[in-house]
Design a protein around this ligand. Structure first.
Ligand code: ZN
Length: 279
């Protein structure tokens, strides 16, 4: 039974890692969209700058068209001048010509303004396009990094799943079913007991249950949350000089055990190994 407990702890470690990896992998598409939306502002800035330049260009062509029309009118007035009979008619045509020439000068001024603006607008387009290029490269880099991280996660997952299956086949059916059920409901299925308290749900164990957990001879579950309970002696020795020092684990310095990536699983494995050796 002790050995089952060690395996369940290891299984929980693997399941936690599998869940984390799956979560990371499934987050990739959303992350890519997030990264790409960074470009939206830059793209909009380029579009806006181009639209402004186009509008300026259209205005300029419109003024040029007006000038052309006025010049045709002037030329027509000059032809009419040759045919008029009275001074009044002649003066009236002269006024029309002067009026048209004034209007042409007005349009020429506006065209000049457009030309000056056009230079600024071209500068704006170039600046916006440059920012877009820089941002595009940054976004591409970030997307590649996200994709390669995902590839690493997928690789780690593919390596983890076979050991998970193998581990599961070596655990008793009944306790495995209980483990699966609690894991599904609560996100974790194995909990450490410290100071007679289940560290997952923080409810105090009945003294009898606690004593049995300390004895480590059978797999016990928390009355409150249903998690499978384990006791980790070395950590308690360091924390409070507890009287439950397991004599089978004298050569594991608590500090070293606590600094392991998975001290709990490690200690239980050792406890189980020691147990097995003793029988
Ligand atoms: Zn509990």
């Amino acid at each position: 039974m002790q050995s089952d407990l060690a395996k369940l702890l290891e299984l929980q470690r693997i399941d936690t890692e599998v869940a984390r990896l799956k979560q990371e992998i499934s987050a990739l598409p959303k992350r890519v969209v997030e990264i790409e939306t960074k470009l939206a502002g830059n793209l909009a800035a380029v579009e806006k700058a181009k639209a402004a330049a186009k509008e300026n260009d259209q205005k300029r062509r419109k003024y040029e068209g007006e000038i052309q029309t006025l010049q045709q009118k002037i030329s027509k007035y000059r032809d009419q001048m040759l045919a008029v009979k009275t001074n009044d008619e002649y003066r009236a045509l002269g006024n029309e010509i002067k009026f048209a020439e004034d209007a042409i000068r007005g349009y020429e001024d506006k065209i000049l303004e457009c030309m000056v603006q056009s230079e600024d607008l071209d500068t704006n387009i170039k600046a916006a396009e440059k920012s877009l290029t820089i941002e595009k490269a940054a976004v591409e880099k970030e997307k590649n990094e996200a994709r390669s991280r995902t590839a690493e996660h997928e690789k780690a997952l593919s390596e983890l799943l076979p050991s998970r299956s193998e581990l599961r086949t070596s655990i008793g059916d009944q306790i495995l079913r209980h483990y699966d059920r609690v894991l599904k409901q609560r996100g974790s299925a194995v909990s450490e007991v410290r100071d007679q308290i289940c560290q997952a749900c923080h409810v105090m164990l009945r003294p009898q249950v606690f004593q049995e957990v300390l004895a480590g001879k059978s797999v016990l579950t928390c009355d409150s949350c249903g998690r499978i309970l384990y006791y980790d002696p070395p950590r308690d020795v360091e924390a409070e000089n507890a009287p439950y020092l397991n004599p089978k684990l004298p050569d594991v310095p608590p500090r070293e055990a606590a600094s392991e990536a998975s001290p709990d699983a490690e200690n239980m494995s050792q406890a189980a190994a020691a147990d097995d050796a003793a029988h």
